[in-house]
Every structure is written in structure tokens, then in C-alpha cells.
Write a protein that binds this ligand. Sequence first.
Ligand SMILES: NC(=O)c1ccc[n+]([C@@H]2O[C@H](COP(=O)([O-])OP(=O)(O)OC[C@H]3O[C@@H](n4cnc5c(N)ncnc54)[C@H](OP(=O)(O)O)[C@@H]3O)[C@@H](O)[C@H]2O)c1
Length: 508
Amino acid sequence: MRTPDPFTLIIFGGTGDLSHRKLFPALYKLFLQQRLPQRFKVLGLGRNEISDKVFREQLTHSLSDDTSGSSEREQIQFFLQHVHFQQLDMSHADDFQHLKQRVHSFDKEVRDNLLFYVATAPSFFSSVARELTALGLHKEDVGNQWRRIIFEKPFGNDLESARQLNNELLACFKENQIYRIDHYLGKESVQNMLAFRLANGLFKPLWNRQFIHHIELTAAESLGVEDRGAYYDPSGAMRDMVQNHLLQLLAIIAMEPPSHFDSTSIRDEKVKVLKSLRPITETEIPTHTVRGQYIASTIRGERVPGYRTEPDVPESSSTETYIALKAYIDNERWQDVPFYIRTGKRLPTRVTEVVIHFNGPGHQIFNDIDTQSMGGNQLVLRIQPDEGVLLKFGLKVPGAGYQIAPVGMDFHYSDLSESELPEAYERLILDALIGDSTLFSRADAVEASWAFVDPIIHYWNTHSESKLYGYPAGTWGPPESLDLFEETEEDWRYPCKNLSSDDSYCEL
Ligand SMILES: NC(=O)c1ccc[n+]([C@@H]2O[C@H](COP(=O)([O-])OP(=O)(O)OC[C@H]3O[C@@H](n4cnc5c(N)ncnc54)[C@H](OP(=O)(O)O)[C@@H]3O)[C@@H](O)[C@H]2O)c1
């Protein structure tokens, strides 16, 4: 991967949680790996007037811990010499003028290439783009100079607001300057799904309705809403997880192989999938979707609250903390293959995976009971934790007769590389710095995924009779989700069945 040109990265929300927990640690790792150029600057922004020195001290705490040795502390200080702070209130136009002056005080080499990172509440996205444009900071008018801007999630609250936001941003920056982040796409294991699908002649011919029976996508969280009730309650699982992360995963799984491995070709194919999602009609919503909300329960001896008694959540909230749905893609490759998607909070463990269920062997020559207990062949693509791939198939049990038993061939992604897997933000920031937008969402993809989920959310909001099932915290959600399956013997995969111990780590 090439090293970025010298640059200045300007972070709106430089003092926030995301910056301290993810962005600066990712930049520091890139610095350690010598992925950054010799000359660069990072300018954190926030409303309070603080000096570079104080800001660097604050960041030292975020980048180090009690185990950091003296050489690591020294490296952190080297890195922080590149970091500065500028006071800016996003609602004060004058402050943007001061920002421009500050940037202009930097050496030409680093101020030519500007990456803005808008890591603040989405209500500021448009106004930040407008102010930067008014000052000409978006213009790429000299030689190879570049100007790019990253926006955090959530991107819109529904189709209309996403469209409006896209229009407002595109009135300021060009699409190829805009990087809409979906941090799931920065995960190694998600990128690996592309490689797995497109680099292996073994699986390529099987990747269609002829050989695949159905596909499952699960993103389970064991935590509840914690202290994010004020953010989460107006949103819910459909907006928070399905519209962005899970539909992006589905697009990667289901897209046609692009003719070239470049940003435009890949994103073109992904958007075709999203646009081919069969709309779930009003009459289908009760049978194609199941939503739930966690209720108080005891998990491994500990009493945990129900969603409605969490901080900043209204007592009468009808926000879904769980959603399962059945989707179809209307194209030649996937016609009538069900994609079962589920996500929820306070499920038994934290796990994200895609399970490809292959068709059975057709004519059975072995004892039916044995092959049935084995289940169909499955390919599990695990995204987190214990990233890897598991292929399940049947083999003969040694000894008399022909009893077939399930076995698994597994690959753990950690075996491939001795170093730990890079954090999603490392990859995404580096990509934005070198101008590769493959792993970022394009305007049309964002709108296509909102177009799919919007009518469902609208139906829930306007049909008070639509069901919201309570599920005890620590369970796999409402059992009614089983009704989504087309055949009675089908079920979700339940990774990590043995969850009674304190450690809910989920092995592949
Ligand atoms: N935190 C996460 O793990 C996470 C994960 C995914 C996405 N995100 C997204 O990232 C964004 C930021 O989240 P966060 O958790 O970092 O929020 P946060 O901790 O509340 O930080 C908000 C940041 O915005 C700044 N800010 C607020 N009002 C401002 C104003 N008028 N002018 C200038 N700066 C202002 C704050 O700076 P001062 O208070 O210093 O002025 C602070 O740096 C949100 O869009 C969120 O959805 C966050």
C-alpha cells in the first residue's frame, strides 16, 4: 500500500469519545507502522480554548496505559509533535476563518492536502461542509492538491433526510471527495469476504441460487444500551445496525464479481444489490419481520435491567432493540434465496457472522436420520470475535455401518498474521489519505438501503397494533423469529451454546 502524500488532518470533534478511543489510537498505530509520511499534521478541534500542550497531555492518556514502557511513551511523544489543537465552535462562522488562518500558518507541503474528519453530531454535517466551502477550503485547484472530507455515522435518519444531506453535501464537495464511514467495512474480516469470494475458484461457481439454500447474517451484542439511551432510543436496531452495517455486508456477500478491483466497479456492483432488494410490502411486514425489546433478566447470576428502565430511555419506549427479517434479492443469481438478518442488544454473546447454507445432496443414499441430524453444509464467515472461516460438512464415523457425523474445517484469521488485526479505523483513515473510497458508502448506496428499511420503520410507527415482543436479556431474542424460516426444521445458527460460564467468548 502506498504512503499518503504529506497532509493535514482536521478533526471536528477532536476532543470527543470517538477521537480519543478510536481515531487518535488508529493514527498512532499508523505512525508506528510507518504508514504515514514524514510530514503531516493533525489538528483537533473543540469549543474550549486549550493549548497544544494540554491537548497532547490529554491524548497521552488515551494512547498509553499502565503497561506502557518508556520507549513506547517516547514514541507517543514523537507522534504527538505532529498534533495541534484549535478552538472552534461549529456554530460560529468566525471560528472557521480562524481555522483557515491556522491551516495557512502550516508549511505549504502539509496544507496543500487537507482531510477533514467530521466526528460530531450529524446535525453539524451540512453546516461544516458549507462553512468550509465558503472559505474555499474544499477546492483542489493546484496540481495534485487534494481536499477530502469524512463523515461519521449515522448518515440520515430516513430516506428523505439522507437524500437531503447528500444534496447539501454534494452542493459543496464532489462525490469523490466525500467519504461516508461505515466502520464495519474497515474490518479485516469483512474485506476478507471479498477476497474469499473473488479469489477462490472453488467457491465462485457455488455462489448462487442453484447451490445455496439460504444465507444468515447475525450481528449480536451482549451489552445493553448502556449510557447511550438518548442516542439509541430515537434510532433503534433497524437504523443503528441494519440500514448501514448489515445491508453493506449483504451487498458484499451478494454482489456480482466486478470486472476490476477498483472503487467504482466494486461500489457499482454493491449498489445494484441494494437496489435489487425486494421491497417488503405492508402486508408482508408482520410475517417478514420480527422486532423485540429486551426485558429485565438475570444473566450468569447478575440482575440486568430491561430496556425501558435504562438511563435516558422513556418508560413507554417502543424502540426495537432486536430485529430479525427475511429479505430477497430480485436478480438472476439470488431469486427466491432467503437472506435472514438478525441483530440485537443483550443477546447471549457478542458475535457477527455470515452463514451460507448450501443445498442438501438431493437423493439421499445414507440413512435419513443420520444425515438430517448432521444438517446441511455450512460455510461460516466470522467477522468478530475470533475472525475466521469454518466449513461444516459430513464424514463417516469410523466403524461399522455408514453413520454420518458433522465435522468442521476451520481457519482463524489470527493464524495468517503474527501481528494483531488492524483496527477498522486504521484502514479507513489510511484509505481516505490515499484517496481509495472502496470501503466507504456512496450516496446512491446509502439511499438504496434507506429505501429498503424506511417503509418498515414507517409501518411500525403508524400501526400501533404491530407486535413488539419482549425478550429476556441474555436470550437469543423472541422465539417468533423462527417463524421467518420457510421450512419448519430450519433454525438460526447459535454459536457459543455453552454460555453458562462467566466468559461469553465465542469460538468459531
Ligand atoms: N463514540 C463512538 O464510539 C462512535 C462510534 C461510531 C460513530 N460515532 C459517531 O461519531 C460522532 C461523534 O461521536 P462521539 O461519541 O465522539 O461524541 P462526543 O463524545 O459527544 O463528542 C462530540 C464532539 O463534538 C464536539 N462538539 C460538540 N458541539 C460542538 C460545537 N458546537 N462546535 C464544535 N465542536 C463541538 C465536542 O467538542 P467540545 O465538547 O470539546 O466542544 C466533541 O469533541 C457522532 O456522529 C457519532 O454518531 C461515535
